[in-house]
Design a protein around this ligand. Structure first.
Ligand SMILES: [Zn+2]
Ligand SMILES: [Zn+2]
Length: 266
């Protein structure tokens, strides 16, 4: 196997730091409570930076239920097994006694060649219907029908966590790099990307969930330095991940798990 042919540089989270602060002002109207984090008894909102809802997801302090709004652009649907995997993954980590609900919607959008994260955020703002309530925290996941505009050759963005409860998965790119000869199965790659991005909104690594040990990758901030961990992915060049060797979905290593548990997760 000429594995080097299939190396992909992942840029899972190019937007974590750069997009979170400047977008919050334009999305305050998403829930009508400004930048409130709920500290005064109001409902924490959906327009904060990536990682800001880590404890709200992990614990029962604010919410007992999780509602995921899965928005498919022009039919860009994942495999149902990938959504089942995601639900199992989240149930194992989050304290949500009233359960996890996934609401699926297919919407039609004008066909673009590619999307910037700002354009994805606008689609979310125009179409999202699920927001935090008294009992439930809501997460919006856009499943994009076209690639990220920043893709260059084998350096591709498969998903991005761009706000505290906002994710995008680039389905066309995931499909391109899965299911073929020498590639991981589509369900394995989808589940890897989905779980990884949810890991970011759970506050990993050092992104709202405090470090219990020194395992943030100095060369790839907000990621884990343990090779093989779900949160170990190179951003751009350098150590690139042999994703094509994936035969199963990576799991959190012990240090990421310790961080989540110390912040109230399971
Ligand atoms: Zn990442
Ligand atoms: Zn880790």
């Amino acid at each position: 196997m000429k594995r080097s042919l299939y190396y992909i540089a992942l840029m899972f989270v190019i937007c974590i730091a750069s997009c979170s602060s400047d977008e919050s002002s334009s999305t305050d109207d998403m829930v009508g409570v400004g930048d409130d984090d709920g500290g005064d008894g109001s409902i924490p909102n959906n327009a904060r930076s990536t990682g800001a809802s880590a404890a709200e997801l992990l614990t029962t302090a604010d919410f007992d239920q999780l509602v995921i709004e899965a928005i498919y652009l022009n039919g860009a649907e994942p495999r149902s097994a990938s959504l089942d995997n995601l639900e199992d993954f989240l149930e194992a980590r989050l304290n949500k006694p009233d359960g996890i609900q996934i609401i699926e919607r297919n919407i039609q959008v004008e066909n673009e060649d590619s999307y910037t994260i700002d354009e994805i955020a606008q689609i979310e703002e125009d179409n999202r219907t699920q927001f935090n309530t008294e009992n439930a925290i809501a997460v919006s996941v856009i499943f994009a029908n076209r690639p990220n505009a920043a893709n260059q050759g084998n350096s591709v963005v498969l998903g991005t966590a761009y706000r505290n409860t906002s994710l995008v998965m680039f389905q066309e790119t995931i499909e391109e790099f899965s299911g073929g000869v020498g590639q991981p199965s589509r369900v394995v790659l989808e589940s890897t990307v989905y779980n990884h991005e949810f890991g970011h909104i759970m506050g990993l690594v050092n992104l709202g969930t405090p470090l219990q040990s020194d395992h943030e990758d100095a060369n790839n901030p907000k990621h884990c330095d343990v090779d093989g961990c779900l949160m170990f992915f190179e951003v751009n060049g350098g150590n690139i991940l042999d994703l094509m060797g994936l035969s199963s979905v990576p799991e959190f290593d012990s240090q990421c798990l310790a961080d989540l548990r110390a912040n109230g997760g399971r």
